[in-house]
Design a protein around this ligand. Structure first.
Ligand code: SF4
Length: 620
């Protein structure tokens, strides 16, 4: 088929073009040009494309050029805030300038990023508000009067760290929408209006999925209608879809509702009897919830519904609170008796209990709510394939008929990297496991002089090994949940070249540390999900009912996808050199070990630590 737009886009990457001469740091990359052409053709044909573009292909530029040169309305959705900021404040302005074009660009974030003036002003009328909190809220009020966009990242402090954020942001459940008295000055709705009139909107997967869920529920919409949606970091969509198309009940949601109804009744000033009744009834709800009895919680919840229903007509807020009570009851009911295709479970207990409901298979839900829209979809990531095959991800996404393309990394792993995978590591249940694991980690980190990521598959092992590394090594050891927020830890890690970062799952992906600060990635185990993961169990069961193999078709591909993400942290540029160490002898002992090994970067492998020591003398 002939795609004139695609041909035009591919031509614009040639070395003699304006883009090539004006974009700082531009280098001609064949795989990038091919990918840009495929993306442009997909935009032209209104199709669906799954593109695995390995690190270094330059996929951002490959989709930005067609997105900015087309006259379609385009959404670019990312998983991480880091990529969102990079697109908005660095890449899009640079590419627009290099192309000499000026399309309207808007950034749209999730609700919790914007000031809700209605809730802030109401909270300030609450006489029971503590003095320190009132002082902070007054600061927010003052800031809100001059802020251009009400984006809370402009505040000089993090309101969520102080537990104040919920007082001046509105969840979808709390927001009054068009009936809100502060609607005309609402930053969230102004941001949505800006997105309506923009040509290209940068947003995130949470918003994309929330929009899909809301549109199908007929409650309104979050995002405008697009001609083309580009989903970067697309490997994270299935996991996020489980959360968005499922339900959650936690103590926060219940107490948040109780606080809001009590504040409203106080505001009415003439509801003393009802206030006492609701207080009494809510105590029964709490008791049942703490006993981990969801059925009893729902029974105790029912009278609260009648109590708030009786005041529904008093004002908009009362109506909204009654709706929320109904919504909470409906969600509890859906967890007690999950509908066909859903699984319910709970995590933690007492006040830490969380009840969850999720679709067992995300593919059909995504087809129904997202991919069936009249819009072209381009999904891109560095890791979409398992054993060089897209089938697993296509099924997870529900994109079985999408076109698939693969673009290899321009990096030369055979000279830039080495894989260390010793076979003598005992099984984790053997008594000397931890000592040997620690010894290996220490020797590796000494060889690389720090500059290491140590990625653990469990918090327990992180807590046991990280302090010992800190005691034994001469370089700073940064530990997840102990050395500050994720951003702060990464900042420190980049700044202190020889530091060591110990973390679990949240550091396995979306982390970019090019250069010598990261020269060694140690992975303690093949990252299988814990066997008691209820969603995974349900997915395995469903797979076996269909005649598949739960381990090989579900659990193993999940672990390989996570491992590929973890290993992908190492080589981020043509000048990077480094070692990936996988300290799990199941690579040799188990039949699936060979499949896992096949999915690692194509670097030379060794079992001899002396090779690693030599590697780091060549690339100190
Ligand atoms: S419309 Fe919603 S988010 Fe905006 S001010 Fe009103 S309640 Fe807050």
């Amino acid at each position: 088929m002939n795609y004139p737009f695609s041909n035009q886009i591919m031509r614009s990457f040639q070395p003699d073009t304006h883009l090539a001469s004006s974009l700082s740091g531009y280098v001609y990359r064949e795989e990038q040009v091919k990918l840009a052409g495929e993306i442009a053709a997909c935009m032209e044909s209104g199709g669906q494309l799954l593109a695995e573009a390995e690190t270094g292909t330059g996929k951002t530029l490959a989709y930005l050029v067609p997105a900015l040169r087309s006259d379609l309305k385009v959404l670019i959705s990312t998983h991480t805030k880091a990529l969102q900021d990079q697109l908005m404040f660095r890449d899009i302005p640079a590419v627009q300038e290099a192309l000499g074009i000026k399309r309207g660009i808007a950034l749209l974030k999730g609700r919790s990023n914007y000031l809700c003036p209605h809730r802030l002003e109401k909270k300030l009328t609450d006489a029971t508000l503590e003095k320190w909190a009132r002082k902070s809220l007054l600061k927010v009020l003052k800031w809100g009067e001059t802020s251009l966009d009400g984006d809370l990242s402009g505040l000089s402090f993090n309101p969520f760290a102080k537990g104040l954020g919920g007082m001046f942001t509105a969840t979808a459940e709390q927001c009054l929408g068009g009936k809100c008295p502060a609607f005309s000055r609402c930053p969230l709705f102004k941001a949505r209006q800006a997105a309506q009139s923009a040509d290209v909107v940068v947003s995130n997967h949470s918003l994309l999925l929330a929009d899909a869920e809301l549109k199908s529920g007929e409650f309104g919409e979050v995002l405008p209608v697009f001609d083309c949606t580009i989903v970067d970091e697309a490997h994270s969509i299935p996991e996020l879809a489980c959360r968005h198309f499922g339900r959650q009940i936690g103590l926060n949601r219940l107490t948040g509702w109780a606080n809001d109804i009590q504040a409203l009744l106080t505001e009415f000033g003439d509801e003393e009897a009802l206030t006492k009744d609701i207080d009494r009834q809510f105590l029964k709800v709490l008791q049942a919830y703490m006993d981990d009895n969801l059925k009893a919680t729902l029974v105790a919840w029912q009278p609260l519904i009648s109590q708030v229903e009786s005041r529904r007509q008093r004002n908009e807020d009362a109506g909204k609170i009654a709706d929320r009570a109904l919504g909470i009851a409906a969600d509890m009911q859906s967890m007690i008796e999950p509908a066909e295709g859903f699984v319910a479970w709970h995590e933690g207990s007492g006040k830490h209990a969380r009840h969850l409901l999720a679709p067992v298979e995300t593919g059909p839900v995504l087809v129904e709510k997202l991919w069936s829209r009249p819009c072209s979809f381009i999904l891109s990531s560095a890791t979409l394939r398992i054993s060089e095959n897209f089938t697993y991800m296509q099924e997870r996404l529900g994109l079985n008929d999408a076109q698939t393309v693969f673009h290899p990394s321009p990096f030369d792993y055979s000279s830039q990297a080495m894989i260390y995978a010793p076979r003598h590591i005992p099984a984790p249940n053997e008594p000397n496991y931890e000592a040997i694991l620690f010894g290996e980690m220490e020797a590796l980190i000494r060889a690389s002089s720090g500059r290491a990521f140590v990625l653990f598959t469990s918090h327990q092992m992180l807590r046991r090994i990280a302090p010992r590394l800190a005691d034994n090594l001469p370089w700073p050891v940064l530990v997840q949940d102990e050395s500050g927020s994720k951003d702060l830890i990464l900042q420190q890690f980049r700044k202190d070249t020889h530091s060591i970062l110990c973390g679990t799952r949240s550091f396995w992906e979306g982390v970019d540390v090019p250069g010598e600060a990261l020269s060694l990635v140690i992975i303690d185990k093949i990252p299988f999900a814990p066997p008691d993961d209820r969603l995974l169990q349900a997915r395995r069961k469903r797979c076996e009912e269909k005649g598949g193999n739960g381990f090989f078709d579900i659990q193993l591909p999940e672990a390989i996808a996570a491992l590929r993400q973890g290993a992908g942290r190492l080589i981020r540029s043509q000048d990077d050199h480094g070692v990936i160490a996988i300290l799990d002898s199941r690579l040799y002992r188990k039949s699936y070990g060979r499949i896992v090994a096949k999915n690692l970067p194509s670097a030379p492998k060794t079992e001899d630590i002396a090779d690693i020591q030599r590697f780091f003398t060549v690339y100190p």
